[in-house]
Ligand binder design. Structure first.
Ligand SMILES: C[S@@+](CC[C@H](N)C(=O)[O-])C[C@H]1O[C@@H](n2cnc3c(N)ncnc32)[C@H](O)[C@@H]1O
Length: 379
């Protein structure tokens, strides 16, 4: 059953990863800028919310049409089957955005869409007067792009990066979706050691542990669409049972995080505990230059300071050089560092095997990848 047109939105640059995740869930999809589109039923809405690690949000597309006048926007919005989604007492705020479109006043577009839906709901439910809007929440978005209006309903609520484990954070915490992406872009498998030497609030090691034990990232949170009458509770229950079944809590893990700042280490520990992974990740206070190991074939993923603030650059670059020295003996390890410093390779002392452009919020960064030796076949 493919009743709904679904959209998983992603940060720029993460589309391919999110598309792979959608396909792994069993849904054919198409990739556009910042969004993956696929078709699915109620179960698909629930499962994509529970499982997508790199997507920001799941939306339901109600309609898409050309609109160059307010009349057109009103009439076409009114002709969409809103009553298929919303009960007569639905609360439905409308947000909006407009890019390169004749209808550039976002607040006017929001008001018009709101009015059109009110009329539709009134007619379909034979209501007069004010709609009460004291029922379940349906967050509607009107997004205009080059005169095409896309009308969607948010099925996630808070963004999917909110996994429910972040009790505390440092100055520059990584979004959980990006942290998961950093792990997924490596060659790490759960049987190998994994280290984040700049763990801050622990986002990367926590996401690695969730991936390592195949724990659904949304397992510990709620979604706005749980309150919708047309997604039976059983669908949520079944999807949560499926997630419980698929989780591999017996998978041993060797995951560690370190940070120069002992306060961050404490926060990371608290967050890991909140995620139910307290026993699984080893956090400690350490400077990256002191990193040594006798283990082999491990993976290091790091999100160090970038030195973007005035006066910080030289110190950060010295630290990159120390890190390069500390990591030099690790020829069987694969090392992945995300930074916006374009001279990173020079300071680290080695050209990367591969670079990948990624955005950390609005900061353009590169993900510098140093691939280690492969283990011998019989290992
Ligand atoms: C950008 S933050 C990492 C944020 C982290 N990924 C998170 O999600 O919270 C960089 C971290 O590197 C730490 N740090 C700075 N210099 C360091 C060094 N020489 N050795 C180890 N950690 C360092 C900082 O204390 C900070 O927590």
């Amino acid at each position: 059953m493919s009743k709904y047109d679904l959209i998983a939105t992603t940060a720029m640059g993460l589309e391919a990863l999110a598309a792979k995740e959608v396909r792994d869930l069993g849904y054919e999809c198409e990739v556009e800028n910042g969004r993956i589109t696929f078709k699915g039923d109620e179960t698909a809405i629930v499962r994509s919310n529970l499982w997508l690690r790199t997507a920001d949000r799941v939306r339901i597309k109600v309609g898409e049409f050309k609109a160059t006048s307010f009349d057109e926007l009103f009439e076409k919005t009114k002709s969409l089957p809103w009553e298929n989604y919303m009960p007569e007492n639905a609360e439905f705020p409308v947000s909006g955005k407009s890019v390169k479109s004749k209808l550039f006043s976002v607040s006017d577009c929001q008001a018009i869409v709101k009015k059109a839906i009110v009329e539709r709901i009134r007619t379909k439910y034979k209501k007069t007067g004010w709609l009460e809007e004291n029922g379940p929440l349906f967050k509607i978005e009107v997004a205009l792009h080059k005169d095409v209006a896309l009308l969607t309903i948010d099925a996630s609520g808070s963004g999917l990066h909110k996994r429910g484990y972040r009790a505390g954070q440092g100055e520059a915490p990584l979004k959980e979706t990006l942290a998961a992406a950093l792990v997924m872009l490596t060659n790490w498998t759960p049987d190998k050691p994994f280290v984040d030497p700049f763990c801050g609030s622990g986002t990367i090691p926590i996401e690695a542990a969730l991936i390592g034990q195949n724990i659904a990232p949304g397992f510990n949170r709620e979604f706005i669409s749980e309150a919708w009458h047309w997604i039976p509770e059983k669908v949520w229950e079944d999807a949560r049972y499926e997630a419980e079944d698929l989780a591999n809590y017996d998978q041993p893990l060797d995951i560690a995080g370190a940070d120069i700042d002992h306060r961050m280490v404490k926060i990371a520990e608290e967050n890991a505990f909140e995620a139910g992974l307290g026993e699984l990740i080893n956090f400690k206070q350490m400077q990256v230059r002191d990193f040594t190991t006798t283990k082999e074939y491990g993976v290091i993923v790091g999100n160090p300071p970038y030195g973007e603030r005035l006066g910080e650059k030289a110190a950060v670059q010295r630290m990159y050089a120390e890190m390069g020295k500390a990591f030099a003996p690790l020829d069987t390890w694969s090392i992945y560092i995300m930074t916006s410093d374009e001279e990173f390779e020079t300071h680290f002392g080695k050209p990367a095997t591969k670079k990948r452009k990624l955005f950390n919020g609005f900061i353009r960064t590169d993900y510098y990848q140093y691939w280690g030796k492969r283990p011998p076949r019989n290992k």
